[in-house]
Design a protein around this ligand. Structure first.
Ligand SMILES: *[C@@H]1O[C@H](CO)[C@@H](O)[C@H](O)[C@H]1NC(C)=O
Ligand SMILES: *[C@@H]1O[C@H](CO)[C@@H](O)[C@H](O)[C@H]1NC(C)=O
Ligand SMILES: *[C@@H]1O[C@H](CO)[C@@H](O)[C@H](O)[C@H]1NC(C)=O
Ligand SMILES: *[C@@H]1O[C@H](CO)[C@@H](O)[C@H](O)[C@H]1NC(C)=O
Ligand SMILES: *[C@@H]1O[C@H](CO)[C@@H](O)[C@H](O)[C@H]1NC(C)=O
Ligand SMILES: *[C@@H]1O[C@H](CO)[C@@H](O)[C@H](O)[C@H]1NC(C)=O
Length: 331
């Protein structure tokens, strides 16, 4: 009798445990990927649902700021440095256009703070304690109707039209840390052997995983040497003392294809640079040659010179080429 009771108790406990496990494993993840669920009560919870990387070191929150009176604009996190710069810039620009308060998830801000010195968009830390009303959120500027409505942009969003309305201001916003500026200037000076007349052309060669992405999304083969050589010839004909600074995720391919030219310098040839240093180097150059991908695009925007890009129909780079007057393809 006592044993039977024990068994019932045991079975009951196991059953209860299974139910709890089921709820946690199968239901909670659904909530976690769907920020529209009502379990998000304050902005601190909401911020967590926007992040794809784990970032929170302290749970401390400050109640220093008043809660937003109208809607806010923010973004989900996705991709690496170049993507997260677009996500940040899009929030910054949509806030300017709408007058909504911009907030950036800490996971993105922590990443960008390692590279840039004076980012102005605050994180949710400022309003962590404030109630969030998910029913007021829309996912794009086009769907936005009135000032009490909030906007959460999807991950990987690239919004050249609105961001480049204020191109000089976004260049200011992405000011590199002094250490990175100093390092990249030192590298350029060394490569140029102190010749102050040198014209630096940054070349971004994106390969590795992007090659299969190009094929899947655009049914296109990657740029071959004809593109890079043609673009390099364009600048060589235009200026004397041109030096090409090649930045790539595949330095070995670049060494094979470019190192026989004498005015070419390939970064990460001996030691792999951090992405932030490579971006600072591209941005320090006078002009740019880019194939595709957000990293090279930002390098060229921040360099602010003449840019030759590879023509991938329907790619956002083509739209940038229509907006920015000194961007073009080779006919
Ligand atoms: C916003 O405007 C669109 C069309 O302009 C409309 O279909 C939609 O219902 C509006 N949404 C809200 C929440 O008012
Ligand atoms: C800049 O680089 C030079 C040469 O490496 C170094 O001597 C100097 O201390 C650096 N300055 C700063 C502010 O990092
Ligand atoms: C470049 O100039 C600096 C001083 O401006 C000097 O210390 C350095 O040796 C020079 N480097 C070369 C390669 O000429
Ligand atoms: C490079 O690709 C272009 C098409 O994009 C093609 O016309 C050309 O023949 C190719 N060149 C080489 C060297 O493969
Ligand atoms: C070219 O870039 C170098 C390195 O950033 C800079 O020192 C130089 O002033 C630039 N030249 C021109 C003509 O803008
Ligand atoms: C890109 O290529 C397409 C099709 O080949 C062409 O219609 C378009 O004009 C080109 N765009 C640029 C900016 O060169």
């Amino acid at each position: 009798m006592i044993n039977a009771n024990k068994n019932i108790l045991f079975t009951g406990t196991v059953l209860a445990f299974c139910v709890i496990l089921f709820v946690h494993v199968f239901l909670f993840p659904l909530y976690a990927v769907n920020p529209s669920h009502s379990s998000l009560r304050v902005f601190m919870d909401f911020e967590k649902s926007l992040c794809s990387s784990n970032y929170i070191k302290s749970k401390k929150t400050w109640s220093k700021q008043q809660c937003p009176k109208y809607g806010v604009v923010t973004t989900m996190q996705g991709g690496r440095l170049g993507n997260q710069m677009w996500e940040y810039a899009s929030v910054w620009a949509v806030a300017r256009r709408t007058g909504l308060e911009p907030y950036i998830p800490r996971c993105i801000r922590i990443k960008l703070d390692q590279v840039f010195d004076s980012l102005s968009v605050p994180t949710f830390e400022e309003i962590a304690h404030c109630p969030v009303d998910m029913s007021t959120f829309v996912k794009s500027l086009d769907a936005w109707n009135y000032t009490y409505q909030s906007i959460v942009l999807p991950r990987y969003s690239v919004q050249p039209d609105i961001v480049l309305t204020w191109v000089q201001d976004i260049i200011q916003e992405f000011s590199f840390k002094k250490k990175l500026v100093n390092k990249s200037q030192n590298i350029l000076r060394l490569v140029a052997k102190n010749n102050s007349q040198s014209i630096f052309v940054g070349v971004h060669v994106r390969r590795t995983d992007y090659i299969s992405y190009l094929w899947r999304k655009y049914s296109m083969l990657p740029a071959n040497t004809s593109f890079y050589y043609g673009a390099m010839k364009y600048f060589q004909d235009k200026y004397t003392n041109v030096i090409f600074i090649i930045v790539s995720d595949d330095p070995a391919w670049c060494i094979k294809k470019f190192s026989r030219k004498k005015n070419v310098y390939i970064t990460s040839k001996k030691f792999i640079n951090s992405p932030s240093l490579d971006l600072a180097i591209l941005s320090s150059c006078n002009h740019s040659i880019i194939d595709y991908g957000t990293f090279g695009v930002w390098g060229a925007i921040l360099a602010g010179g003449e840019t030759i890009f590879y023509n991938v129909s329907h790619h956002s780079t083509v739209r940038l080429g229509q907006i920015l007057p000194n961007w073009h393809t080779l006919a």
